[in-house]
Ligand binder design. Structure first.
Ligand code: ZN
Ligand code: ZN
Length: 249
């Protein structure tokens, strides 16, 4: 079965025009939300998804640029008469959500279920087979491999390019990978183009879409693609992601 990926936000914690914070939807039969940073809720509406359709969110980690619209999504669902929601994410996901929700008594009416996801976990959600991987970031963070039939998409979340990510993404039809800064930035906990390309060289990935773009990437887009390809070698499609981009696999 084929599926469709919609990029909601391709930006980061520092705002810049045209890029909301992290979020994407993967849909085979029903939409599944991954991350929900600031601006992702508006992008959901712009992409044609009702909050009523989005009853399950899967989080990579708890940094604000990946979760700050989640309570706003919960409130939208509550305002529209829905009473349930499911949230899965790393250790601490329930404590984070409940601490913020505790400040808004009306949101207590929502029945929210939580599941902690750990690297190596496999489960099925919305008709998608999902495997969690371990990201290399400044706090516990997950990456996800999402499969439907013979097709596979991998979403890195925030991470350094790593052997773990390479294993998780091996053979994927589409890798949505963060590439926070252009060359010649040297960073930890995030990715840069040549490092990313070298890491995934020969991993059998068909297409890579770069996301999680800091304002420092503005004007460097073509160069970033070229620099990824320097490490990667030819034969892989590489592009810079755009908010509201839809990719059919
Ligand atoms: Zn982060
Ligand atoms: Zn981030």
């Amino acid at each position: 079965m084929s599926f469709e990926v919609t990029l909601l936000g391709t930006g980061v914690g520092i705002p810049h025009s045209g890029r909301a914070q992290a979020g994407l939807v993967v849909k085979a039969t029903e939409p599944l939300l991954f991350d929900c940073g600031a601006g992702a809720l508006l992008r959901l509406a712009e992409a044609g998804f009702s909050p009523l359709e989005i009853d399950t969110a899967l989080l990579t980690h708890l940094h604000l640029d990946h979760v700050s619209d989640l309570l706003a999504l919960a409130k939208a669902r509550w305002l529209m008469g829905e009473s349930r929601m499911e949230v899965r994410g790393p250790d601490g996901v329930e404590e984070w959500f409940e601490t913020v929700r505790g400040l808004y008594s009306y949101l207590e009416e929502l029945d929210v279920s939580f599941t902690v996801v750990r690297p190596g976990d496999r489960f099925t959600l919305k008709g998608l087979e999902i495997e969690a991987g371990e990201a290399v970031h400044s706090l516990p963070a997950l990456s996800y491999r999402i499969e439907s039939g013979t097709k596979a998409v991998v979403y890195s979340g925030d991470t350094e390019p790593s052997e773990l990510m390479r294993d998780l993404a091996s053979g994927a039809d589409l890798l949505i990978h963060e590439c926070s800064f252009p060359e010649p930035y040297v960073v930890t906990n995030h990715s840069t183009p040549k490092w990313l390309g070298e890491t995934f060289r020969g991993a059998g990935i068909k297409r890579i879409v770069l996301t999680h773009l800091y304002p420092q990437t503005i004007g460097c887009e073509a160069e970033m693609v070229r620099d990824v390809l320097v490490g990667l070698g030819d034969g892989v499609e590489v592009e810079i992601g755009r908010d509201l981009q839809k990719i059919s696999i």
